[in-house]
Write a protein that binds this ligand. Sequence first.
Ligand SMILES: *Cc1c(COP(=O)(O)O)cnc(C)c1O
Length: 523
Amino acid sequence: MAMNTQGRPSRPVSNIEQGGYADTFSGSRGLDQAEPLIFERGRTDITGVDFPKAKGTKARLGGLERTDEIGLPGLTEPEAMRHYVRLSRKNYAIDLGLYPLGSCTMKHNPRLNEKMARLAGFGDIHPLQPQSTVQGAFELMGELAHWLMTLTNTPCVAMSPKAGAHGELCGMMAIRAALDARGQSGRRRVLVPESAHGTNPATAVQCGFYCDEIPAGPDGRVDMDAFKAKLGDDVAAIMLTNPNTCGLFERDIVEIARLIHEAGGYFYCDGANFNAIVGRVRPGDLGIDAMHINLHKTFSTPHGGGGPGAGPTVFSEALAPFAPVPYVVKDGEGWRMVEQEDEAEGEPFGRMVAFHGQMGMFTRALSYMMSHGADGLKQAAEDAVLNANYILARLKHIMTPAFDGTCMHEALFDDRFLKDTGVTTLDFAKAMIDEGYHPMTMYFPLVVHGAMLIEPTETESKSGLDRFCDTLESLAKAAKDGDTVRFTSAPVHAPTKRLDETRAARNPVLVWTPPAETLEAAE
Ligand SMILES: *Cc1c(COP(=O)(O)O)cnc(C)c1O
């Protein structure tokens, strides 16, 4: 049994190992309580609070008052509160531990960011307030835009997109508008490397393009001969991620930019991995025409679980005229928001959101940038790359790196080290949950068999990385030593065991139906 330095067990001990019962009467596991749905916990025929019937008051709803039952579970305040706190304890979060999801860049969000985002002048304003009353907020947006354009060396940025994928939509709509404006609406083919994030082809198709896949070479980068063979006068653009989703820098990026421009197409760069190069490389210098920046990845603002994001999109000189409204400008009278297309310079392709973007995310991102400074941002990128390479170096003797050489901000392994062990990438990931680690990204990128993509970010200390590597090392060893059941039965210590993920994805049950109705329906 593992002990801490005080002589106490440092890990939960499964009671199966002790020959005890795995199941408890309550379904709870120690103080990790089982929690049913709120509709199962409360009854819909009672209320949590009883009010006496109001006497002598007239309804003021003009006949619109509710006549049927509200159908919500009646719970007391503590019951309702406990329900949500228990659920929150089942969430894994970057504030709980290492979150090594490759491509997602789960980094610590400094609390300074939160303090700034809650300042009343940023947090308590309304998008319809008169512009003269929100000059500080406009200045913050202008300042952030300035940082983004400086870090990327581009002349224009659209601040309103609300996620990376939304930024891709913004960039590809500008490319479409630019092609239409020069009378080349026939250019509808978009080149997408096969390692691309799924949002890239989805965006291209959403904008009326179709995708043509470029294969990866044996080194995990764009196969240049295949790329050249695909160029033609129907090509609208290439969508390329750099560093790519294998965690590798696309060394030929300048040549790729030159060739796509020569062929009359545009270069959309997926900037989700900007955290690996920020402060060291300016994508504008590499020849990109449009790139989204995931503020919620590179600049630390919290994300995951569908939380807010922000995907400002920078544009080259060629695409800047087509950037969407709204945007802020500074003139003699201070800051103002250009909201209408006919007030804008150039030919904006339109507008993407109702208001101006995610103010809270803007504030957090600028807070992160200003507290790091230009040199600190560069160091964050360097530390992220160093940490990933440390993991690669520590584990390559027992796991199998997908490609030779060093990596950028994420270390990619394949499943060759699990060959003939009876353990799959999925089993390995589930065993990590028992060890208290959120699994890495699995089975992505698709170009690598049984992929395991680990992104530690600059957040982690050396001792934290060592604990993580020790754990993976011991798991890899256990798999090779034939301790297969440990993997195939994992997770043992999690509140729920293996879920039928295929069924959950294909047949999602999103609405709760009362048991009586479910029974009736079954009859
Ligand atoms: C995260 C990510 C995206 C999408 O960004 P969202 O903010 O999740 O919409 C696109 N491409 C890559 C490579 C990513 O890692």
